[in-house]
Design a protein around this ligand. Structure first.
Ligand SMILES: Nc1nc2c(ncn2[C@@H]2O[C@H](COP(=O)(O)OP(=O)(O)OP(=O)(O)O)[C@@H](O)[C@H]2O)c(=O)[nH]1
Ligand SMILES: [Zn+2]
Ligand SMILES: [Zn+2]
Length: 411
């Protein structure tokens, strides 16, 4: 049985229990009456705020025939008009799911962080890389699911890679929740490619969590956090006072100051605890990857040979756990110098499982004379996929090579 999570309302359900939506295109089979569009009150209340009544006129829903012990069909015939439909629908919010959504388990990965932390840029580069170099060692294929993801991802990718334009500031979460990016991640099994592969649906949101205008938007944001199988918290090192001071001396342009990272981590933990994502010791149970973004800005402050400055290698399609620990320890040591260890202390007090990362989506700062552009050579990322790969490894989606001995398991 496959469990899926609706990427719109985050309700978990058995894929065999998802509803189907008749295409209601006026055709029919064997003398049956054709179906017409009907007003979908549930969907209208959930998603059609301010939309016209016409947009909520949709094909009628029906439950699939029950077939005990057999996998659900990809298409079902509408019991009224007899025409087969592939469109599956969430029982709770009546949102249409991409075709094939129900065929593999869902993992929701939340990307969070304050304004200008680098979320949209890192997400675009991460997805691009996973479709290329970062996915190769794992023989991974990442495919956009559904027309909405396809067109949005293409736009993001074209802008950044062809147009060298950085993503525009993200709208508030209330808006961006309506369009999650949904991908199918398939991994070839060792030498058994033709016998099928393991697949997972990955759902990404790039949400600016602050400035939520309404209580409803806030509810949706925390529901999304609570549904997450893993969270990537992006921390901008340019928010840390001592990093700012040294870069200001070099004449670098700096972003406005936001809330300090330890405060953001504490707020995130409070929201997750509020949704019962806590163990019996009161620690948050959702695995948290904390990633310092824009690591290209830090290269001047690193010692030669720092693991942050070199790319990760995942020989043999296994995640290199020793490398992950080396990065964690390095970031921890840097933070101790920069914020007196406040972020690490807060994370230790709140989260059962977390790991520190450092990444650069662009590989270099945007040009001084064109701050809305990517560097001229295009994105040259460093370690941009590490946080996601670690989370996938924790969920057993990727294989992990443990260090032989000596190195201690970091948090
Ligand atoms: N040096 C450097 N700067 C970066 C990098 N990625 C992003 N930036 C800078 O950070 C700014 C914000 O990046 P975004 O990806 O838009 O950040 P965000 O977190 O999505 O911001 P919101 O959309 O406002 O929530 C960009 O305009 C760049 O100036 C990077 O890899 N290196
Ligand atoms: Zn739903
Ligand atoms: Zn029908």
């Amino acid at each position: 049985m496959t469990d899926v999570v609706c990427p719109y309302c985050f309700t978990r359900d058995r894929s065999s229990r998802l509803l189907f939506r008749c295409l209601a295109q006026g055709s029919r089979v064997r003398g049956a009456a054709p179906c017409g569009a009907e007003y979908d009150e549930v969907w209208a209340a959930f998603a059609n705020h301010g939309g016209s009544r016409h947009t909520a006129m949709r094909g009628p829903l029906f439950a699939p025939a029950r077939r005990i012990g057999r996998p659900p069909r990809l298409r079902e015939e509408c019991p009224n008009c007899g025409v087969a439909t592939p469109v599956r629908v969430c029982r709770t919010c009546h949102s249409d799911l991409p075709n094939d959504y129900g065929d593999q388990p869902t993992r929701i990965i939340a990307l969070v962080g304050p304004k200008t932390a680098g979320k949209s840029t890192a997400m675009t580069v991460l997805l691009h890389e996973l479709r290329g170099a970062a996915g190769r060692p794992f023989r991974a294929t990442l495919t956009p699911m559904g027309a909405a993801t396809q067109s949005r991802f293409k736009e993001l990718e074209d802008d950044l890679y062809d147009g060298l334009r950085l993503p525009a500031p993200t709208q508030s979460a209330a808006m961006s929740f309506n369009d999650p990016l949904i991908f199918r991640l398939s991994l070839e099994r060792d030498g058994l490619a033709r016998r099928g592969s393991r697949a997972t649906t990955l759902v990404f949101f790039d949400a600016a969590g602050e400035n939520l205008a309404s209580a409803e938007a806030m509810d949706r944001y925390t529901a999304y956090l609570a549904a997450a199988d893993g969270i990537i918290l992006m921390v901008d090192p340019l928010q840390l006072r001592s990093v700012r001071d040294s870069l200001a001396d070099l004449g670098r342009r700096l972003p406005d100051l936001e809330a300090p990272p330890d405060q953001i981590a504490a707020d995130l933990a409070a929201q997750l605890r509020g949704h019962r994502r806590r163990d019996r010791h009161g620690l948050v149970s959702t695995p948290l990857a904390v990633a310092l973004t824009k690591s290209d800005e830090l290269l001047g402050q690193l010692h030669p040979g720092s693991p942050i400055a070199r790319a990760a290698r995942h020989d043999g399609g296994e995640l290199d756990e020793a490398d992950r620990i080396a990065v964690h320890e390095e970031v921890r040591a840097l933070l101790a110098q920069w914020d007196g260890g406040a972020l690490h202390a807060q994370l230790s007090a709140d989260f059962r499982t977390f790991s520190l990362f450092a990444l650069s989506a662009l590989g270099a700062p945007p040009p001084d004379d064109a701050p809305a552009d990517a560097p001229g050579q295009g994105p040259q990322p460093l370690r941009v996929a590490d946080p996601l790969l670690w989370l996938l490894g924790r969920h057993g989606v990727l294989k992990v090579r443990r260090p032989k001995s000596g190195a201690q398991e970091a948090q």
